[in-house]
Design a protein around this ligand. Sequence first.
Ligand SMILES: C[S@@+](CC[C@H](N)C(=O)[O-])C[C@H]1O[C@@H](n2cnc3c(N)ncnc32)[C@H](O)[C@@H]1O
Length: 344
Amino acid sequence: MATRKTLLSMAADSWPVAKDELLRHVEDVVEVRRVGEESAVLEAERTGVRDLALLARRVPLVFPRHLTDVVAEYDHAAEGLEAVVDLVDSALREQAVGDEVSLQIWLSGKTSYKFSQQDAWAGASRVLSERGYSVTRAGGSVVVSVCFTPKTAIVGVNRVSDSLSSWPGGEVRLSKSPEQVSRAEFKLEELFKVFPIDEGIDPKGAALDYGAAPGGWTRILAGRGYRTTAVDPGDLDARVLELPGVVHVRTTAGNFLRESDERFDLIVNDMKMSPDRSSRLMVDSARLLKSFGVAVTTLKTGSHRVLEQIDEAFAILGAEYDIEFARQLRHNRNEITVVLRRFG
Ligand SMILES: C[S@@+](CC[C@H](N)C(=O)[O-])C[C@H]1O[C@@H](n2cnc3c(N)ncnc32)[C@H](O)[C@@H]1O
C-alpha cells in the first residue's frame, strides 16, 4: 500500500503531546516517528500535507509549526553534500513545480555533517538553477526543502501555503533590539509575522493589554500605532510609559473589567494564569471588544494534562469567539498562543 509521509516541526519539549494530538485527529495514521529533536515524520494511508494543513487550521492542531510533503528520505546524509544534492535532483525529476521555487534548508537537532547549511543551500540551489528554476530563499509559491536530522536528509516539495509557516522548519528567528523591554515581546512579534491579526482592524485603534508589565507587548502595540491601555499591578518600563498613546492602569484585570466600559479594537492577554481562568476572563472581556474585534491570549498549560486543558479552554472561549489561530509558537514555553475573533 502506498502511504503518504509528512515531515512536521514542533517544539522539542512538546514531542509527546504533539504526537498524542496527531493520533487523536488523524484517523489513518500508520506511524508517527521522531526523526530529530524538533521534527517527526507522520506516515498515513491517505492524509497528506494539504489535509494536515487544513486540519491544523480547522481543528486546530496547535503543536505542528511547519509541514513538508516528504518526497525522499536519505538515510546516510553524513556521507556528503554531493549525495544530498543528487537526492534533491532526483526527487525533483518526479515533480512538476513551476518555474520559481523557494529553497529552504534547516537542521533539526545536533548534526555532525561535514558541510554547512550554507554549502547545502548553494549545492541544491545550483542543481535547481541548472534545471531552469529561478531560486529564492522565500516568496515562491512552491517550496523545496531539505531538513537535516542527525541520521537523515529529508527532501520535501509542496505549496508554501501548506507549510503553515514560510520560515524554514517554522523557526522564526528574531533578534533582540536595544529598545526591547522583555523576552515576552518575541511572542507577539512572532505572532504578527506568522498570522495577520491586524487584518481588518483600525490601525489607529485602541488596544487593551492585560498583564502588561514590564511593557513588551504594549511597546509592540504602540509601535504599530495602537492607543494602548496597559493593565498590570506591576511597574511598566519608563521608556514604555513615554510612548505615544500608552496609558498604564495599575490594577488587576478583574478590577479593570468591573470598572471599565471602554471599547477596544484589540485585547491581548499574557497573564500568568491557568488556561481556564484566562479563558473565562477573555469571555467576560468580550463586552469591551468591538463586534468582530480581535483578541490574543496565551494559554499557560505547563506540561501536564496539556490537551485536556486546551480542550477545556477552547470550549470556554467558544461562548464568545471563533478561534482563528492557535499554535505553540517558537517563542512560547509551555504555553500556546491563540487568536480569537469576537462574534458579530
Ligand atoms: C509574563 S508577564 C507579561 C509580560 C508582558 N507581556 C511583556 O511583554 O512585558 C505577566 C504579567 O501578568 C501580570 N498579572 C498576573 N496576574 C494579573 C492580573 N490578575 N491582572 C493583571 N495583571 C496580572 C503580572 O504582574 C506580570 O507582570
